[in-house]
Write a new protein. Structure first.
Length: 366
């Protein structure tokens, strides 16, 4: 069946030929071609980079380094990557099982971290916590001091909530790009109008990642290649504009203009995160097209296993009342100690969470 022609004149353009060649090699790589049956180590390496970006962001935030915002793009990489991985999977036929599995995956580790943190607040600095803040933290709709990064949890849950719908919606690939644009438009409008708790750009980031995952294997009309070109160019234009405004022109927006510019920056950040995902994926897949060395596979294995738990615990020892950034007078030593403590804490959280999940699974079978 015919697919819509996109991006006038691109089919014969030099830029598109380059990207098409790049992605053709990427798509033909045996390590990533069969989505349902092979492991994509490029995505695992991207997950590791995104984790490092986020930790670097919060260290810079503590040190009042303005570039922290740009490293925060690791979160958008995570959102895109999560959507991409689910977009590559088969249609979800059992929604209840999907929700049980993924909500358990997110929430068990979250509570294993947040409950001890709440107890530390109550026992050590009770003046910095309240019944309301405890309730909001337990409901994932609020955070404690030093836990601002946990805003990601309700977003993750919401994205999982809509994933079965996305799976059905994109099952038919006819006119898929037009249908993606329509879904994106109405989703953003609905979130801005009715779900104001969420930032629409971050939900769009997940939907865009899902769309990329759905089309990545389909070489018909080279849609993935064209979208890749558009994303990289869009990221360059949007973020260059933001850099010029923020660091050169420095025009002060007020009222509705400030709100609109804030949204522009959010979508620029989304484009940057998604473009980095696309670029990193190509770089790693091209660099290791003959196979990944065993040591990289091992690094990827650890990253995949512990990255979420590292994300959960890291900011509590960087920002907020339990920060260890001033543990000694040597910043480098403090950073090394923080890395060790975060990794050890993440391993402990993972072990405890895995035991709880096994117990839940056993109970669920009865």
């Amino acid at each position: 069946m015919n697919k819509p022609r996109l991006f006038f004149g691109w089919k014969n353009s030099y830029l598109c030929d380059i990207i098409c060649s790049i992605n053709k090699n990427l798509l033909n790589s045996r390590n990533i071609m069969k989505i349902k049956s092979s492991y994509d180590y490029s995505v695992s390496l991207i997950r590791l980079i995104a984790t490092i970006f986020i930790i670097t962001c919060h260290i810079m935030q503590y040190l009042s380094i303005e570039l922290a915002w740009w490293f925060n793009v690791g979160v958008q990489i995570f959102l895109c990557m999560s959507g991409y991985l689910y977009g590559k999977k088969e249609k979800i036929t059992d929604e209840l099982t999907f929700y049980k599995k993924n909500f358990t995956k997110i929430l068990v580790d979250y509570y294993v971290v947040i409950i001890p943190i709440i107890l530390l607040f109550v026992l050590i600095i009770p003046e910095q916590i309240s019944i309301i803040s405890i309730a909001k933290s337990l409901l994932t709709c609020g955070t404690l001091s030093g836990g601002g990064h946990l805003w990601y949890i309700p977003y993750c849950l919401f994205c999982y909530l809509i994933t079965p719908f996305l799976s059905r919606y994109f099952e038919n690939k006819e006119h898929i790009f037009i249908r993606f644009l329509l879904l994106s438009f109405f989703s953003v409008v609905a979130i801005e109008a009715f779900l104001t708790y969420f930032i629409s750009a971050w939900i769009f980031c997940y939907i865009l990642g899902f769309f990329l995952g759905r089309i990545v294997e389909d070489e018909t009309d080279n849609l993935y290649n064209k979208i890749s070109v558009l994303l990289v160019i869009g990221a360059f234009v949007f973020n260059t504009t933001q850099i010029i405004q923020d660091y050169v022109i420095k025009f002060e927006f007020n009222g509705i203009l400030a709100s609109l510019y804030g949204r522009f920056c959010n979508y620029a950040h989304v484009l940057l995160g998604v473009a980095l995902f696309v670029i990193f994926r190509w770089l790693f897949s091209s660099a290791f097209k003959n196979g990944y060395p065993d040591f990289i596979k091992k690094i990827c294995s650890y990253s995949d296993k512990y990255s979420y738990d590292i994300y959960l615990v890291h900011q509590f020892v960087i920002l907020g009342p339990f920060s260890l950034m001033n543990l000694t007078d040597v910043l480098g030593l403090n950073l090394i100690l923080i890395v060790i403590i975060v990794v050890v804490a993440a391993v402990v959280v993972n072990l405890i969470s895995a035991s709880i999940k096994k117990g839940i699974a056993v109970i669920g079978k009865k």
